[in-house]
Design a protein. Structure first.
Length: 114
């Protein structure tokens, strides 16, 4: 059974930092493309960042230069380092694994106060 478990969310002031983690089990982690998405209240789930199975990274424009996605295949974990956080970054952040199928975690809440 595939499980993705996010952690590291919380409440932070604008300008602060958080590091999200997503621990995966039940799948071949090293060959998955791993992504982070976020969903603000009453909005659709949006792409944030991706790290491919071979290490290439992609970011949505609004987080470039502030967020960094990384992975540790030995720990079956993907990270999202978020710096210079803004109130508009407030959302539930979800981890996604993709190879032939898509798997999702249950999300972790990030709240940035102004």
């Amino acid at each position: 059974q595939v499980q993705l478990v996010e952690s590291g969310g919380g409440l932070v002031q604008a300008g602060g930092s958080l590091r999200l983690s997503c621990s995966a089990s039940g799948l071949a982690f090293s060959i998955q493309d791993m992504s982070w998405y976020r969903q603000a209240p009453e909005k659709e789930r949006d792409f944030v960042a991706r790290i491919s199975w071979f290490g290439g990274t992609t970011y949505t424009d609004s987080v470039k230069g502030r967020f960094t996605v990384s992975r540790d295949n030995a720990k079956n974990t993907v990270y999202l380092q978020m710096n210079s956080l803004k109130p508009e970054d407030t959302a539930v952040y979800y981890c996604n694994a993709h190879r032939n199928d898509d798997y999702w975690g249950r999300g972790t809440q990030v709240t940035v106060s102004s």
